[in-house]
Design a protein around this ligand. Structure first.
Ligand code: G6P
Length: 465
């Protein structure tokens, strides 16, 4: 007999799909930003699914019981656990380690122990929620122990895991004092997905070397089970973006933005979470030098940088913001004109409509992270340029670089290289820009985020009869 309170399909992610916000004095729960929510909503709706996640630091009481008809199950995390599991192990150990150790990762045993405890809390919630023989899809670096914990609790369920961020090369991964535990945690899944193929192969190599898994890069054997490993590059909700890009209100807003910027010849745009992995300061340093050497000039070229507030209680993020604001103000101080700053800096979480209007207003989009799992901003920009205008300057170290070959590629550590790529983008005529954009759109629009979710789930079901 099936238990109606249990779901055939369960998504487990650190965050729930809703977040608390205040709008004109009213409290409300809004969908969390990002493609994952729109990707998984329709999949969950069609499969009688449930979403397990954490509410974030919120003193705002209970979240809604459902979102778009999908039952939500909140995992609660105390203030001390937030410090150790979220700020600590997830974002000060794993995040920097998995992003090329751009900041030195910090290793603390008590962070690790809390990470284990919280992962067990998520695993227990999933074990209680999933129907016999059901499917559980676990997301991201905060929950790498959940696959194996869940397998111990519920050997009857199908378990998928997808890592949204990079997985480090073995020289870095080997630093982690709990490297074997993390590998064993992940290997509890039936399918482990990564953003790009070489990262998937790299994971399999490390698993063979470190915990004695056998097999190939795409099929591993470990403790008598078979685990499939593969690349599932995430993408955007292209149909929604294309529809919004032709919305008259959004198009008018794009024109208004250009007017507000003083109708410059060229608008250059950056949109990033304010994170030290995104290379924002380096990019602004490159732009400042371009103003200094006359390649860019005030009034004619205007930069807009949106930095979305993120992980603000972490000292590295605080310092990043401080330093960023310093270089922004130096850039305006040195090169701005009265009534016409060269850079407009917004430290805000903008609604998606406004972001799209900015993408439409921008002639050159700058995406130059030092390391990034995928980078959906690059794909959003490409998806909304339906008239085939617009140029993308893109870091070689973003997962998106494997697909967006029509971009002006840069090594984000190479200041001269960034300057040169921006100069080339400025110089490229409409014909070249169109050819590059068409190439990128062909690749980006071939699959959307629903196809991404479906392809992962189809691979996860393989082997089940
Ligand atoms: C990255 C991670 C996500 C995370 C997001 C925002 O995209 O892959 O797991 O949710 O950043 O960060 P936050 O710490 O605010 O959840």
């Amino acid at each position: 007999m099936s238990d109606p309170s249990r779901a055939d399909f369960v998504v487990v992610a650190n965050r729930l799909p809703v977040q608390h916000s205040m709008s004109q004095g009213n409290e409300e729960w809004r969908p969390s930003p990002g493609g994952l929510v729109s990707a998984l909503t329709s999949v969950l709706q069609s499969r009688n699914g449930l979403w397990i996640g954490w509410l974030g630091v919120s003193e705002h009481g209970e979240p809604p019981a459902t979102y778009e008809g999908i039952p939500l199950k909140a995992v609660s995390i105390s203030r001390g656990e937030y410090d150790d599991y979220y700020l600590g192990f997830s974002n000060a150990t794993l995040w920097p380690l998995y992003h090329d150790a751009i900041r030195a990762p910090t290793f603390h045993r008590h962070w690790w122990h809390t990470y284990e405890d919280i992962n067990m809390r998520f695993a227990t919630a999933a074990a209680e929620a999933v129907a016999p023989g059901g499917t559980v899809w676990i997301h991201d670096y905060q929950l790498q122990l959940v696959p194996n914990m869940l397998r111990q609790l519920r050997p009857d369920v199908r378990i998928g895991f997808f890592l949204h961020i990079p997985f480090p090369p073995s020289e870095l991964f080997m630093q982690l004092p709990w490297r074997r535990e993390i590998l064993a945690g992940l290997l509890g899944a039936d399918l482990i997905g990564f953003q790009v193929p070489h990262v998937a192969s790299n994971f399999s190599r490390i698993a063979r070397r470190l915990v004695g898994a056998t097999g190939t890069d795409s099929i591993l054997n470990f403790e008598g089970r078979t685990i499939r490993v593969g690349a599932f590059p995430i993408t955007v909700d292209s149909a929604q973006i294309i529809a919004l890009a032709s919305d008259p209100g959004i198009r008018e807003r794009a024109l208004e933005i250009r007017r507000d910027l003083g109708n410059p010849e060229v608008v250059l745009l950056g949109v990033d979470r304010l994170d030290y992995t995104k290379g924002i300061q380096q990019r602004i340093n490159a732009l400042t030098e371009l103003y200094a050497d006359g390649s860019l000039s005030g009034g004619k070229h205007v930069v807009v940088q949106v930095a979305v507030p993120s992980r603000e209680s972490d000292a590295h993020y605080d310092l990043e913001r401080h330093n960023l604001e310093q270089v922004v103000s130096e850039m305006n101080g040195d090169h701005g004109l009265v009534g016409s700053p060269v850079i407009h800096y917004l430290h805000q979480n903008l609604p998606f409509d406004e972001l799209l209007a900015l993408y439409l207003a921008a002639d050159i989009m700058l995406v130059t992270p030092f390391r990034d799992g995928m980078n959906l901003v690059a794909k959003e920009y490409v998806a909304c340029r339906t008239d085939l205008t617009g140029k993308l300057v893109l870091s070689e170290f973003a997962g998106a670089a494997a697909e967006l070959r029509g971009a002006f590629m840069v090594n984000p550590h190479d200041l001269e290289g960034i300057k040169e790529a921006i100069r080339l983008a400025l110089k490229a005529g409409p014909k070249e820009a169109k050819a590059r954009m068409s190439r990128m759109r062909r690749k980006t629009l071939r699959r959307d985020v629903y196809d991404w979710a479906q392809s992962f789930l189809a691979a996860l079901q393989q082997g089940t009869a």
